[in-house]
Structure formats: C-alpha cells, structure tokens
Ligand binder design. Sequence first.
Ligand SMILES: Cc1cc2nc3c(=O)[nH]c(=O)nc-3n(C[C@H](O)[C@H](O)[C@H](O)COP(=O)(O)O)c2cc1C
Length: 406
Amino acid sequence: MRSSTIMAALGAALSVRAADIDFEGLPDTGLDTSAWTAGENPPIDDMVDANDFQFAAKNKLNGRRYAYYRTAALDEITYERNMHDWEKLRMNGFAFNDVSNLYKNTSILGYEFASPFFIAPAAKAGYTDDGAETNLVKAAGDENILYVPSISASLSIEEIGAAKRDGQIMFHQQYIWSDKDRLREELKRMEDSGFHAVFLTVDNTGVEGVRPRYDRYRTSGGTSHADDNTISAINELRQMTSLPIVPKGVKTAHDVKLCAELGFPAVYISNHGGRQVDLGPTAIEILLDLHRDYPEVFGQIEIYADGGVRHASHILALISLGVTAVGVGRPFYFANIYGQDGIAKLIDIFNTELDTTMKLMGEADIRGMRGNATFTNTKKVELDYFGAPLPNDISTSVYSIPEPLY
Ligand SMILES: Cc1cc2nc3c(=O)[nH]c(=O)nc-3n(C[C@H](O)[C@H](O)[C@H](O)COP(=O)(O)O)c2cc1C
C-alpha cells in the first residue's frame, strides 16, 4: 500500500514536471507529454512535426541552453511575427491536374540538391549533442540537403569539413570580423576544407541584438564584429576569397536590390530568427516590398529566405513568392538532441510534408510553383503591412490569375 502510494506520487510528480512544458502558443497537435521525463530525450517516435522537436528540446535541455537557441531580440515581436505571419496566408490548390511525377530538386548556386529547403547556420550545435555539427553534416549529406555551418560552431571549420559525405556540397557561414587577418585566414580555411560558397552575415553591424531571454544567463559580453559594412569595406572583403559570397541577413527590399547591383550571385533575406532588430519585417513582408518596388530582381539574382519556417506550407509560400530555397534554423538544432537520427527524421518530415502538400495543391513540380504567385494569397499581409491590398498586378492573390495555368 505504502509503496504504491509512493509510486503514484512519483508518477504524478514526473507527469507534472513533464506536463509543465509551456507550448509557447504553438499549435496544439495532440502531443502527449505526460510520460516524458524532464531532463531526458522523449521517445523519437513522438516527433511528428518540427514544433515537436522544440518541445522535446525544452524538456531535455537546461534553462540556459534552451534559452540560447530560443532567445530573440527585446520583446521578441519579430520572432513571434516570423512564427505567426503564416496564419494570414491562404494557399490555393488546383484540383484538375496530374500529380504523379513529384519533382522538388533545387539548384542553389548551380549545385543540385534534393529539396528546396536547407539547414540555416546556427552557432553551438554542441549544446544539444556531443556529435555537434557532424550530426547535421552527415544527415544532410545522406539526404542531399544543403547544410551551412556557422563560423561560431562548436567544431572547427576543418572538423566539420572532414565529416562530409563523398561529393557532398556545403557552404559555410562567415561573420564580418573587425580583425581582418582572422577574416582572411578563416575564409582560406573554408576554401581548403572544401566548402563551395560563403554566406556572409551582414546583419551583425558591430554588435548583436539584445536578447533578454538569454542575456539573463550571460557571463561575458563584447563583440568582435566590424562596424564598417560600407560597400568599399565589403568589396575589400570580396577580394579575400575566390568563393562565391552570398550576403545573409538582408532585411529591406532596398538592400536586396543593392546586392543584385553589386553583382552578388544570390542574397539571403533574413531577420536572423528575430534575434537582431525587434519590430523588423518578416520574409513575406520583405518579399512583398520587392514585388512592389523592384520586381526585376527576381530575374537577376537567386533569393533565399528564412524565419519561422516550421512546415512545408511555409516553404512553398516563400517559393511561390519567388524564393529559390528556404532556410530552417532552430528546429534542426532542437532535433540535434537526438543526434543524426533527429536531423534525419526532421528532414524526412519536411520532405513528406512537401510531397503531400504539393500534390494536394495540384503542382507536383517545384519549378511550376517557384515565383507562381497564384498559389499564395497574401492579401491579409498586404492589408496589415501596406495599409491596403496591393494592386492586382503586383499582389499575390488567386483573383489576379492572368491566364489559365494549363
Ligand atoms: C541559436 C541560433 C544561433 C544562430 N547563429 C547564427 C550564426 O552564427 N550565423 C548566422 O548567420 N545566423 C545565425 N542564426 C540565424 C539563423 O541562421 C537563421 O537565420 C534563423 O535561425 C532562422 O529562423 P528560425 O530559427 O525561426 O528558422 C542563429 C540562430 C539561432 C536560433
């Protein structure tokens, strides 16, 4: 009697600890955490979508480490907008089509990948698993997905490069350090380690965002980022490497246009997962600005985008707005609590969602969806962002279909 009372109390205590997970306003999809034990990995079979990995990481990691990944700038309004802007979209499906031949191969800077999404650079994969970035390299290599490690990774450029599968194409992220010798040396090491391009993050102008959720745990401060991102400074940097450079963290249509004019092969629209400027616009909003002000840019330069992408429908919305490929950040770093298996599972989840959503929308070929605004109605975002819907020849509404699709 006494031991069963203790067992019941213990069970209750465990389930209370586990059920205590705050889902942070993310969709309730029926995930049952009552059998989870705080501080441990939940069963990987419980993971059926990207948000599940966030809850699992929250259950597993200590407060400091979870906060490191989850944190965002100031009141986290941009972070929340990234997560919730999708709710304003309407995805249009067309029923009378043949969807038997699925095609979602995507060319990024001339390299062929199996899917239109990639793993965005995020620091310190070692906070979730000892395999750190090598887990991401291997799973991405197995599925022919692009992974772009951060220069602030847990492992060195060489260690990450050495984990590549045969023939695996990877790019590397770089910051603009004030120490130019360091910058030059790291770019050289990226070339020597077989990386094929550099995502140059341009939204850390001298500092990084103030992030209260993580700053509470910080023990040291300081920054090594350069203050000078003028065109002449950037041009000097471009002379330091033969690798193609893609500016990452561009957050206005104006700067996207500038990147095209400066001759970059691609540009990466991102608000850094809401970690830099709070109240900044989302990728959808910046893309709408581009459609309004500089529509020619879509034909001049490859465009990538990220921020709050948690489902294939989000990927497809950005693709239909003209993006070549879409980055996913936090979910993959949360999935890394399961090591390579977690990364592989999340890639598989995104691929399955893509296959089903594309078929159900009546376009099984990603090339038919890219830049095809008829698939996404953005009127509600336009109303909110511009104060009125855009004219129909610019807007991405089903009502503006210029001619039959087929
Ligand atoms: C923990 C963490 C660390 C990050 N570190 C970097 C970094 O080192 N370099 C960089 O360019 N972006 C970095 N980012 C931004 C991501 O590349 C990406 O833009 C962002 O995570 C996308 O938003 P999402 O997490 O909602 O998918 C980081 C993001 C997170 C969450």
